[in-house]
Design a protein around this ligand. Structure first.
Ligand code: NAD
Length: 363
């Protein structure tokens, strides 16, 4: 008999090509009269369109968004929100844009309507992040969870393959970890498995044919399923490793996930056979770490830590930081395993079944 606790998260999702046109109606549903519009640089034409369409309902705008929500930006945005007496926020962009809206909501509990333009998935989660100096803090608070999310694949057509590939791998990482995270349950696992299936099939179509709107829609659906599963189930050792590496060495978020994921899956494969079987079924390949690595190669994404800027002389230090970070978790790892994983990831080696089995028998 299975036992589980499922804290289903609230939120309204509107998913369609052209769903962007429903923004005024969705703002009405939220009772939004004075909107702070936050849009990253890539979404400026959409922001302009809305500002015209909504006339005097957009009372403040932020057009310059930085990654990882620097505290200075959050403070400035909160001040603007207060001074403009806004009653809601509309965020158009990737995880950095949604993250800034969340940082405002953490102090001023305003409803957020999010329109994601990448596959990062922040729009579905109650997780916030703030960077002070070189340190990124994260937390969970239902007040930051967007009330409404509009998924419109048309807004992702401009996402170039070099960003779409790693961003899609970030979504794949959410699905994979949701299958063995502490909060995994039969419902989130269904979402995660289906997310892997659509991402594995449609991501290469997106990077090969960026104008393929149907493939864009499938990948955005996969990203939604990934984020919804991860938001409720939580994550595991892969996310902790990426958090350490990204934070300590300022590595790019989605690319770090892309490089680490095959190796993290090789590490956890021996202890998570059920999750591996589901990922294998979704990817149509029993060699899960190898298949994930091959997908990254097919997408043309970086596959080594060396390529994304980790200096070789920091590998020992990074291994120690990771072991410390996961020591109290349900998936601890020993120093030799993590150091060997980092060597593989640094060189961009394809994880092989032999290596998985070898780790299994020496664990
Ligand atoms: P991002 O928001 O920084 O965007 C990456 C780049 O893509 C930017 O240069 C942006 O301008 C560009 N871009 C975005 N959409 C585009 C489009 N449609 N066309 C062309 N260019 C486009 O990156 P991200 O990967 O979406 O988000 C990363 C951030 O989100 C990190 O800070 C990460 O920690 C956070 N995050 C948070 C959660 C959460 O649950 N809180 C989940 C995932 C990621």
């Amino acid at each position: 008999m299975r036992r589980f606790v499922y804290d289903a998260l609230p939120g309204r999702v509107v998913f369609a090509n052209g769903a962007f046109d429903r923004v005024p109606d969705e703002l009405d549903r939220l009772g939004a009269r004075r909107v702070l519009l936050i849009a990253d640089r890539s979404a400026q034409s959409w922001a302009e369109r809305l500002t015209e369409q909504l006339a005097d309902r957009v009372v403040a705008r932020i057009d310059d968004v930085r990654v990882h929500v620097p505290i200075e930006r959050a403070t400035a945005a909160r001040t603007l929100a207060r001074e403009s007496a806004v009653d809601s926020m509309l965020a158009i962009g990737g995880g950095s844009t949604t993250g800034l809206a969340k940082a405002v909501a953490l102090e001023l509990p305003l409803p957020i309507l999010a329109i994601p333009t990448t596959y990062a998935g922040s729009e579905m989660t109650p997780i916030w992040g703030l960077t002070e100096g070189a340190r990124k803090r994260t937390g969970r608070d239902s007040v930051v969870q967007p009330k409404t999310v509009i998924y419109d694949p048309i807004l992702t057509l401009s996402l170039p393959p070099a960003i779409a590939g790693p961003s899609g791998m970030n979504a794949l990482a959410h699905c994979a970890e949701a299958l063995y995270a502490d909060g995994a349950n039969p419902v989130t696992s269904l979402m995660a498995e289906e997310g892997i299936r659509v991402l594995a099939v449609s991501l290469p179509r997106v990077t090969n044919s960026p104008d393929d709107l149907e493939a864009r829609g499938e990948v955005l659906l996969g990203a939604y399923l990934a984020a919804a599963a991860f938001a409720a189930a939580g994550s595991g050792i892969h996310h902790k490793m990426c958090h350490v590496l990204g934070g300590a060495y300022d590595l790019p978020h989605a690319e770090t996930h892309t490089v680490i994921l095959p190796h993290a899956l090789a590490l956890v494969a021996p202890t998570e056979p059920e999750a591996m079987a589901r990922i294998a079924a979704a990817m149509g390949n029993p060699d899960v770490p190898g298949a994930v690595y091959d997908l990254a190669v097919a997408l043309g994404t970086p596959t080594s830590l060396a390529a994304i800027g980790l200096p070789a002389d920091r590998l020992d230090e990074a291994a120690g930081l990771i072991v410390d970070a996961v020591s109290a978790s349900s998936q601890p790892a020993d120093l030799p395993s993590v150091r060997s994983l980092l060597s593989d990831a640094f060189e961009g080696r394809r994880p092989s079944f032999d290596r998985v089995i070898q780790r299994s028998s020496t664990a």
